[in-house]
Every structure is written in structure tokens, then in C-alpha cells.
Design a protein around this ligand. Structure first.
Ligand SMILES: Cc1ncc(COP(=O)(O)O)c(C=O)c1O
Length: 273
């Protein structure tokens, strides 16, 4: 079945959705988005994603033409129209057409329904490799559409057998290109607090693990960690067993990581039951 999306006020076949080529989204890379999953036709943690999307719009000075209740209604209509038992929904608000081709304007809202595949079982079993990359995301707390550096760099990291990158700056780590980052040391979970997107998956992990420590984490500590993992909507959680050419811990997914993954999967099942 061909997907339907919400484009500029109506539900249309996704292939017919259009955006003006002079939109700031294209000519300046200015826009915001958010992405969440449906399981058993239920949009997981929808209120959290709406909170973040609405906040992103406010912080980027882009007027959002729909209320929270209207957005929720459109999302439920799209799930029904696309028979989206299991998949992803992407909300995008473009920067709009600006008179001076620069100042934020009134953008267009799109909501896309997408199929989605989680990473392979092998990646959960064996863990993944990250490459360190010196970078700080601009306005990191906002979910902007600016992924220029990692999209460009992905050609390189794939060539080197890595799954993704780990951003660091002045010796402090922050996050991966589309995920948050955690380490485990002596059984305790730690995650960075600076230059990050406040991930919804991260939030639910921190709600589950009561004694986690949220603080600046140095690259040195990552090399010395017992376990590490990344978290995101599309991966839930993936063990990181290698950073550049060095193993993390014993080079295998660790017990704390795998226990959190199990608990998260259980939580998900409870929500959609
Ligand atoms: C830069 C960045 N950090 C972290 C995350 C993880 O956030 P979430 O758990 O809400 O998917 C994402 C998700 O796309 C991201 O783009």
C-alpha cells in the first residue's frame, strides 16, 4: 500500500506532497522535525514527542499552525489511514519562504507515515563500533533538520566498519549522530548532560534506572568504561563494544546494558497491551 501523509492541511498520497524550492529548509537547512514509533497502532510516548516538537518550534521561532490536540488528532488519523500497526511517524516543520531568504518564516507542516526496521539481532548480540568525532551539534537541545556533518561523514564511517560516531569536544563526550550515549562503570549508569538532544528514549531509561548519574563525561572515562551503549527511538538501545580501534570493557555487550534493554522492551509491551 502506498503511504499517505499530512501535507499543508490535508491528507494526501505521500508521493504528491510538495515544498517550494526556496523554502529555508532547503536553501539554509533550517527546519525542525521529530520522529516516533507506533506499536500495535499505539504512538509510543506521544505526549513526550509532542512536547519536544512544540518546544523545538518555539525555540526556532517557527509558528506551528496546529494546536497540540489537532496534531494528536492528525496523527491518529494517519495511523488509521496507513494501517500503521508498526512503523514510524515523522513530523517536519520547514523554515518557510523568507523575504530576505534568511530570517525564519512561516513554514509548512508535514507528517509522514513510514515503515521502519530495527537494527539486526546481530548488532544487539555483538555490539557496534563507534568512531570518535570532534564536533558539537549547533543548538543541540533542539531537534533541527541540520544533520549535514554526520550525513557527509557517514560515507567514511561505513567504509571503516563503524555504525556511527561519538561526538566529543575539548575531551568531553556528548552524543552520537542520532542517539544519546551512556556508560556503565562499577555497575552504575552515567550519561552526559551537555550539548545533547534530550532524547525520549534516554528520558525513559533514566526514569527506569533510578541511581543513574547525569554529568559531564570525559573521553578518558569512556575508554575506561565497563560497558557503553547508545539509545534512540529507532534502536531503543544498542551496545557499543568498540570505540575507534579499542574495545570497550571486554568487547562484548555487558549485563547492565542488556538488562536495561529487556526492561525497556517489557515497558513497551505493557504500554501497548
Ligand atoms: C542528535 C540526536 N541525539 C539523540 C537522539 C535520540 O533521541 P530519541 O531517543 O528521542 O530518539 C536523536 C534522535 O534522532 C538525535 O538526532
Amino acid at each position: 500500500m502506498k503511504p499517505f501523509c499530512f501535507a499543508d492541511g490535508t491528507i494526501v498520497p505521500t508521493e504528491s506532497a510538495t515544498l517550494h524550492p526556496m523554502d529555508l529548509g532547503l536553501i539554509r537547512g533550517y527546519g525542525i522535525f521529530d520522529f516516533f514509533r507506533t506499536v500495535n497502532y499505539t504512538p509510543l510516548f506521544l505526549e513526550n514527542y509532542l512536547d519536544r516538537f512544540i518546544t523545538s518550534a518555539e525555540k526556532t521561532f517557527l509558528p506551528l499552525p496546529y494546536s497540540r490536540a489537532q496534531l494528536s488528532e492528525i496523527i491518529h488519523l494517519l495511523i488509521e489511514k496507513n494501517n500503521l500497526e508498526k512503523g514510524g511517524l515523522r513530523m517536519v516543520l520547514s523554515g518557510g519562504i523568507s523575504e530576505n531568504h534568511f530570517s525564519p518564516a512561516a513554514g509548512k507542516l508535514f507528517i509522514f507515515a513510514e515503515s521502519l526496521s530495527l537494527p539486526s539481532e546481530e548488532k544487539y548480540r555483538e555490539g557496534i563500533k563507534l568512531l570518535t568525532l570532534e564536533y558539537v551539534r549547533p543548538i543541540a537541545d533542539i531537534k533541527t533538520t541540520n544533520y549535514t556533518l554526520p550525513v557527509w561523514h557517514s560515507v567514511n564511517w561505513k567504509r571503516l566498519g563503524a555504525e556511527d560516531v561519538l561526538y566529543h569536544w575539548n575531551g568531553w563526550v556528548s552524543e552520537s549522530s542520532r542517539s544519546n550515549f551512556f556508560i556503565v562503570k562499577n555497575g552504575v549508569l552515567h550519561t552526559p548532560n551537555q550539548h545533547i538532544l534530550l532524547g525520549i528514549t534516554r528520558k525513559h531509561i533514566l526514569d527506569m534506572v533510578k541511581n543513574a548519574v547525569i554529568r559531564p563525561i570525559s573521553l578518558e572515562e569512556v575508554w575506561d568504561a565497563d560497558e557503553a551503549f547508545i539509545s534512540s527511538t529507532t534502536k531503543v538501545l544498542l551496545p557499543v563494544t568498540q570505540l575507534d580501534e579499542r574495545k570497550i570493557g571486554n568487547g562484548k555487550p555487558g549485563p547492565v546494558t542488556m538488562e536495561i534493554l529487556e526492561r525497556f522492551r517489557k515497558l513497551e509491551k505493557e504500554i501497548v497491551a
